[in-house]
Design a protein around this ligand. Structure first.
Ligand code: XMP
Length: 532
């Protein structure tokens, strides 16, 4: 994107690298992460106003320690090194790093010696003592704040031109600066929430040191991106697969804004969707955005392929492959299609280019990659610079209803991996009804937005029950509701008993084929969110 107010983050493998970019973007300044060994030409082309060197698991005196191109220090722009980034700055600029006598991990009290620019306004006067024999640069040595440390090495000699700007009991140089060259380095992590005023430090770097202007807003993103899409696509046509999820819907709405009816969305009903899903998504896109949308009812085809299949991975593969076929057949019917739009997000992009090595960019369940080759389509990924929460903000700015924006994630293979054992049309119908009741009651109780995912699972066991005077012998439904930040770990949601009671009553009374409801109280790990 064309924007001159940018901060580059070079990734040395820290688990917190993404957070640095997010904290910068929260200041309305665009930030991007590139691998540490990116060429100097690429950096010049990116033209950042400042560079942040992330932390990382390595030690600078390891044999193959990751080091950036030394030229980054000759670009005449500010550099901020964090943790490993600090140590490599020290080493590359002529200082000395050694193993610390004591590893410093976790909370530490930072005593600020110079609060004039980077560390301005981050600490209140506290009880902290100045390290013995050290002269403060200014007279605020009793300014104390809590920071988060995680390092085993320390600076024993600062490079020429540097002065300490903060210390802890353990690290005489917990932060240092060469103000004339605008080089700064921190031993702790300002990007994590445990560092009390970390966001302010990064804000200071962005505004006080790099002199950026806050221009990165969703409105500006919408303007530049629609313009770019319009220029790139010209008079050609674009096709986009809609899944019912947030990412593909926002992608479609954004592209629609740029090129209108030259975008065609394809929504495939695979027979294992939630109740009313196809109508809901189609309705939203047509009603609010007047889009071209083709809804394909391929449920018979999918369910036919799933007949007799019990292995979860086989179910996934069948659904993924069949999806590509159906999508391709439909896309082929549209004349003049040159582009395929996809809702790839920034974390997927970083995954595939980062320090940690390449991984597949296209998620297996959205695997329409084959189309690119067969149909000679070019890829458009307008969300590839955004994090998930930014996509939600974007969707809201684009006027999309909250009902779509705050939806729980739904797996590509849909209800097929929530019907344990074989998927049959009858079972899919039963589960759809039970699932709708779970969601309806959770929404009614005002709990939907606190929960990451809530759903029903159909178990392949029969239990005895009694309804009226009759003995029943029917299936069990398990209710699953989890809280999570990213789906990687999750805890079961403590749903109130009365809500669970209503869900259970309604399912047993309203869904024929179910006579027992249980509640899943496993967390992840060791459990997973889905049952298959
Ligand atoms: P698990 O079950 O692995 O789920 O704890 C983590 C998150 O991933 C979703 N999930 C899938 N999504 N295709 C998808 O698109 C799949 O095959 C798949 N399996 C799990 C799950 O719903 C949860 O959000």
């Amino acid at each position: 994107m064309s924007n001159t107010e940018k901060i580059l983050v070079l990734d040395f493998g820290s688990q917190y690298t993404q957070l640095i970019a997010r904290r910068v973007r929260e200041q309305k300044v665009y930030s991007e992460i590139l691998p540490y060994n990116v060429t100097i030409d690429r950096i010049k082309e990116f033209a950042p106003k400042g560079i942040v060197l992330s932390g990382g698991p390595s030690s600078v005196y390891e044999k193959n320690a990751p080091l950036p191109d030394k030229e980054i220090f000759n670009l005449g722009i500010p550099v901020l090194g964090i943790c490993y980034g600090m140590q490599l700055m020290a080493r590359m600029l002529g200082g000395k790093v050694a193993k610390a006598a004591k590893r410093e991990y976790g909370r530490a009290e930072l005593m600020i010696d110079d609060d004039t620019d980077l560390l301005r306004g981050i600490a209140a006067k506290g009880k902290g003592q100045r390290a013995k024999g050290r002269k403060p640069v200014t007279y605020h040595s009793s300014l104390v704040t809590v920071v988060w440390m995680s390092h085993g090495d320390k600076i024993v000699k600062q490079p020429k031109g540097f002065n300490p700007i903060a210390h802890t009991d353990n690290s005489p140089v917990a932060a240092m600066a060469d103000k004339s060259r605008k080089f700064y380095a921190l031993q702790f992590h300002p990007e994590v929430a445990h560092t009390e005023n970390g966001a302010r430090i990064l804000k200071n770097f962005v505004f006080n040191v790099c002199r950026c202007k806050p221009k990165w807003t969703m409105q500006s993103f919408i303007e530049t991106t629609t313009k770019e899409i319009r220029e790139r696509v010209g008079k050609d046509r674009v096709v986009c697969a809609i899944s019912g999820g947030v990412d593909s819907a926002v992608t479609a709405v954004l592209i629609n804004r740029a090129i209108g009816k030259r975008l065609t969305c394809i929504f495939v009903d695979n027979g294992v969707l939630r109740l009313g899903e196809a109508t809901k998504v189609e309705g939203m896109l047509k009603k609010h955005f007047h889009m071209n949308i083709i809804c394909v009812d391929a449920s018979k085809r999918f369910l036919g392929k799933l007949k007799g299949v019990t292995d979860p991975e086989k179910k996934r593969k069948i659904i993924g492959n069949e999806f590509i076929r159906v999508f391709e057949e439909e896309a082929m019917t549209i004349k003049g299609v040159k582009y395929l739009a996809q809702g790839t997000l920034y974390p997927d992009v970083i995954e595939s280019t980062s320090f940690k090595g390449p991984s597949a960019t296209i998620k297996s369940h959205h695997n329409v990659g084959g189309l690119l080759k067969d149909m000679k389509l070019r890829l458009i990924e307008p969300l590839r610079e955004l994090f998930k929460d930014e996509v939600r903000v974007l969707g809201r700015e684009l006027g999309m209803p909250d009902e779509i924006i705050s939806r729980h994630p739904f797996p590509g293979p849909g209800l097929a991996i929530r019907i344990i054992d074989e998927v049959t049309p009858q079972r899919a119908d039963i589960l759809r009804k039970a699932d709708a009741i779970v969601l309806e009651e959770i929404k009614k109780a005002g709990l939907y937005n606190e929960i990451w995912q809530a759903f029903a699972v159909l178990l392949p066991i029969k239990t005895v029950g009694v309804m009226g005077d009759e003995r029943t012998y029917e299936n069990v439904v398990a209710v699953r509701a989890v809280k999570s930040v990213d789906g990687m770990t999750a805890d079961w949601a403590k749903l109130p008993y009365d809500v669970l009671g209503i869900i259970s009553n309604r399912i047993i009374n309203e869904v024929k084929g179910i006579n027992r409801v249980v509640f899943d109280i496993s967390s992840k790990p060791p459990g997973t969110i889905e049952w298959e």
